[in-house]
Design a protein around this ligand. Structure first.
Ligand code: NIG
Ligand code: FE
Length: 423
């Protein structure tokens, strides 16, 4: 047996969740329950990479005599891939706790938005903020995400809605990516709403997105994905299609905020344009589900958003899973949905969408990586993958969603380095 020079070894995990075998295609149906568990497991790390994942006994045998890897004892703890949050609206200014109260008193999200609140309020605050302010405000958010076990996050623009302010948000995410351990995957979402200035001439704003912002974002390498809020009264299906195809022409992979408030054909559109994901899907139709399954578009479900919208019906996770749609989970962190915690999202997925703890974990790791084209790099613990690892202070994986409202994270290892420790 080859002995290895190692930088770090994790030993004695009561459960080690590998999530192995789904780096090429996402987990579907029953396979979502297969976490590839190794009891009394360990991980061998060199540099930023995983070299081996095995039982503690075998990992110990791998260590070259005389080499002194850092040893992390995970006794009575669960070791798993870093959580991946594939849908957030990261770099914004201001807050909307006033609307939180309005909603409690009965106002709907759409009523608040149509009366000039909602996204518009955040757009005003974000336009006023400098790029450096957005970076300063983004840091504590990312710190909280890391503390709660997230190691890769997608972030959308969409609170600028003017070329220079959209670019500013994307530049802020680029800076944050450089200074923070969490990896940020950027998405251009100039098509979040029609800004007030263009209310009477939405076509002018469409032109601005298609002819100016998309080419410029692509040329400067500011985003990988292009997202649109396809919804009644926001962007219709035809407008959404034109934006997504323009993005695709410039190398930005489509994503869709689909069928969130109404059954609108967003899922069908996502399948038609070859989107990486269709997100929300509270009101997705049967045809929409079939279309997603046929094209293997990842359904990114956002149960924390359903919670803050006080919706009775959450996205139909069971139907999606049964139909063979790859399912992922995300926070949708934004001023309307203020949580950084993928652990909370997993609990909501279990209790309100009847996903099993194992399904919720697959959806928050390897399938979430597929939603943002990172499954070759992260989302599972396998040799040659980046060493993004979370150690949870729970004896088995079911405790993660079962014991909720607390943070189970003991340590986070990002690209082979200890990035957070609870002690
Ligand atoms: O994903 N639905 C549209 N966009 C966000 C909300 C953004 C906001 O309210 O600021 C979402 O829920
Ligand atoms: Fe969103």
């Amino acid at each position: 047996m080859e002995r290895l020079d190692l930088d770090m070894v994790i030993l004695n995990a009561s459960e080690l969740l590998t999530l192995k075998g789904a780096s090429h295609t996402p987990k579907l149906r029953e396979d979502l329950n297969e976490l590839g568990i190794i009891e009394n497991g360990g991980v061998a790390i060199r540099g930023n990479q995983i070299l081996a994942v095995d039982t503690t006994k075998n990992i110990k045998r791998l260590v070259k005599p005389g080499s002194r890897p850092r040893i992390i004892d995970a006794k009575n703890q669960t070791v798993m891939p870093g959580l991946i949050d594939p849908h957030t609206h990261l770099a914004f200014a201001g807050s909307r706790e006033r609307e939180f109260v309005q909603k409690i008193k009965g106002a709907t999200y759409m009523e608040i938005l149509e009366s000039g609140g909602g996204i518009n309020v955040t757009v005003k605050a974000t336009r006023k903020a400098s790029k450096n302010t957005l970076v300063r405000l983004g840091k504590p958010t990312l710190n909280r995400m890391l503390e709660y076990g997230t190691t890769t996050v997608e972030g959308k623009s969409g609170y600028g809605l003017e070329p220079k302010h959209e670019y500013k948000q994307l530049f802020a995410m680029r800076d944050l990516n450089l200074i923070h351990p969490i990896d940020i995957v950027p998405t251009f979402m100039g098509a979040h709403v029609i800004p007030t200035k263009y209310k009477e001439q939405p076509e002018k704003y469409m032109d601005l997105i298609i002819d100016k912002m998309i080419p410029s974002v692509s040329k400067r390498g500011l985003a990988e994905f292009c997202d649109v809020f396809a919804e009644e009264g926001i962007f219709d299906i035809d407008q959404s299609r034109r934006i997504l195809l323009a993005g695709k022409k410039h190398g930005l992979t489509p994503k869709v905020h689909a069928d969130e408030m109404t059954t609108f054909g967003g899922a069908e559109l996502a399948a038609e344009v070859g989107a990486a994901s269709a997100d929300h899907l509270l009101k997705v139709s049967k045809q929409g589900i079939r279309a997603l399954a046929k094209k293997q578009v990842v359904a990114v479900l956002l149960p924390a958003t359903a919670l803050v919208l006080m919706e009775k019906e959450y996205a139909p996770a069971r139907d999606l899973i049964k139909s063979g749609v790859p399912v992922a989970l995300a926070t949708d962190y934004n001023p309307n949905c203020m949580t950084e915690s993928m652990q909370l999202v997993m609990t909501l997925a279990c209790l309100n969408m009847r996903m099993t703890p194992a399904e919720a974990i697959s959806a928050s790791t390897i399938n979430a990586a597929h939603a943002i084209a990172r499954a070759h790099l992260v989302g599972s613990l396998e040799p040659n993958k980046q060493a993004d690892i979370v150690i949870m202070n729970v004896p088995n994986h079911s405790h993660i969603p079962y014991h909720f409202g607390v943070n189970h994270v003991n340590k986070v290892i990002k690209a082979g380095k200890l990035a957070y420790s609870a002690q």
